[in-house]
Design a protein around this ligand. Structure first.
Ligand code: NAP
Length: 478
């Protein structure tokens, strides 16, 4: 093996150090490592003498330690930190070298950076990396963008460290410039929805069903053996099983009920609003976290009238099964909406994204990994131009099996006064999609009335306006 390293990692906090260890553990890799504060580099080298690291004290050493074409993965704080490191590397790299940003960058930043860096002949790859610190160490799901040419060098390295499902690595070239970070952003949006739907299921089981957290953990463990099998269901059971050592209470009862976020859910919703894609389930999940964190309003509220009813559950098994079905149907909606957003983004930005491949690389390593993703891969493999996941035979049947229970759960949540915003909005989205006629016709009438915004007729082509304030006659405007 040459003295130099075939790959480098800049930024050795939690993610970078684990990714560097993962890279170093794969045969044939020698990993140059560098961190702005030298103590992190020294610590990592000291704690892992087994790793084939080439520690670098300065950015110049780091660059000199890499074989050509030089390939460096940046794992530093998103935003200004990432820009600073890109600038340092771009000043020292040569045409044909590759800079990879593995942080959680906004895809528009990645598009901007790609433009700036590629102007120097250097490849820039924005790569979404999912799976948290354990994924980075043992095998994440990786969503790289950038050029196909860069992927030729980078691909085999990423494939060597990614999670593997059924013999296939959870990484694929997503598309050019910001495509990888765009897909990672939507992945996180779906993650928000998935988590919120599981939380709403828990709330209904506890408040209406009267089950204890431990009993609900058992229910989730059972669900994890079927079509809901997923990492998030599995870890939810673990969290619900936990008892607080200090008080002996269920852990979930000692945690303040205000959910935090780091912004990728908000990005997903903002982007989808701009693209005109109704990701309503994902948006409700983001809003639910916002509402939970409005501690001032929640604490200072007057007695808000409830006038709710009680849910008389005569058959507990049936009730649990209804909640499971509502969860599964709503989860299908979240994924359908997420994949719609990816398709719309691909169209807007000219990316050739293979949706089946995206589902395939999410089967392992990432937070939303689930059995269910095999079905999504199959759906897009058999019909690459599928307009909505909901139109695939498997998902149609799944919704058909669940929709009656789903309606009952949403209605009962409303009647009993238990908030289930993601369940409810997912069902409304579904009913909106299947409606023969929507009241949007009336909205068009209102818009024409106050703003002369015009409308289309159902019975002839053209655009029309009614002279509402005059004789109410109709004119064709084009
Ligand atoms: P982080 O806390 O986001 O960032 C800390 C690292 O950034 C340190 O190595 C720090 O160097 C470096 N840094 C900050 N500003 C810098 C600058 N101006 N110049 C050079 N270096 C700078 O670290 P992290 O949690 O390991 O995450 C790294 C990236 O992965 C982030 O973009 C994050 O969003 C993304 N990510 C994180 C997770 C996760 O689960 N944590 C999951 C997926 C993706 P010093 O030591 O010198 O301060």
């Amino acid at each position: 093996m040459s003295e130099k390293a075939n790959i480098g990692v800049v930024g050795l906090a939690v993610m970078g150090s684990n990714l560097a260890r993962n890279l170093a553990s794969r045969a044939g890799n020698r990993v140059a490592i560098y961190n702005r504060s030298a103590d992190k580099t020294q610590l990592l080298t000291k704690e892992h003498p087994e790793a084939n690291f080439l520690a670098s004290e300065t950015i110049d050493d780091f660059v000199a330690n890499l074989t050509k074409p030089r390939t460096a993965i940046i794992m530093v704080q998103a935003g200004a930190g990432t820009d600073a490191v890109i600038e340092q590397l771009a000043e020292r790299f040569e045409p044909g070298d590759i800079i990879v940003d593995g942080g959680n960058a906004l895809y528009t930043d990645t598009m901007r950076r790609e433009k700036e860096v590629s102007a120097k002949g250097i490849h820039f790859v924005g790569a979404g990396i999912s799976g948290g610190e354990e994924g980075a160490l043992k095998g994440p799901s990786i969503m790289p963008g950038g050029t196909k040419e860069a992927y030729k060098t980078l691909g085999p390295i990423l494939e060597s460290i990614a999670a593997v499902v059924a013999g296939e690595p959870c990484v694929t070239h997503i598309g050019s410039d910001g495509a990888g970070h765009f897909v990672k952003m939507i992945h996180n949006g779906i993650e928000y929805a998935d988590m919120q739907l599981i939380a709403e299921s828990y709330d209904l089981l506890r408040q209406s069903g009267g089950f204890s957290p431990k009993e609900i953990a058992d229910i989730f463990t059972e669900w994890n053996k079927g079509e809901l099998e997923s990492y998030l269901i599995e870890i939810t059971a673990e969290v619900l099983k936990q008892t607080d050592a200090k008080t002996g209470k269920p852990f979930v009862d000692i945690v303040v009920d205000a959910a935090g976020s780091k912004g990728t859910g908000v990005w997903t919703v903002q982007t989808s609003l701009n693209l005109g894609v109704p990701v309503s389930g994902i948006a409700e999940a983001v809003f639910a976290r916002s509402l939970s964190s409005q501690t001032e309003q929640r604490q200072g509220k007057p007695e808000l009238p409830a006038q709710n009813q009680t849910w008389n559950i005569t058959d507990k098994e049936l009730f649990v099964e209804s909640v499971r079905k509502a969860l599964y149907a709503s989860k299908i909606i979240a994924y359908a909406q997420g994949f719609d957003a990816i398709r719309a983004g691909a169209k807007e930005f000219g990316w050739e994204i293979n949706l089946g491949e995206v589902a395939k690389i999410w089967r392992g390593g990432c937070i939303i990994r689930a059995q269910f993703l095999n079905r999504i891969t199959d759906a897009y493999r058999s019909k690459p131009n599928l307009l909505s996941l909901l139109f695939d035979d498997y998902f149609l049947k799944a919704i058909d099996d669940s929709v009656a229970a789903w309606r009952e759960v949403v209605a009962m949540a409303a009647l009993t006064g238990i908030p289930a915003p993601a369940f409810a909005s997912s069902l409304s989205y579904y009913d909106g999609l299947r409606a023969e006629r929507l009241p949007a016709a009336l909205v068009q009438g209102q818009r024409d009335f106050f703003g002369a915004h015009t409308y289309k007729r159902v019975d002839q082509p053209g655009t029309f306006h009614t002279r509402w304030s005059q004789d109410r006659s109709e004119v064709q405007t084009d």
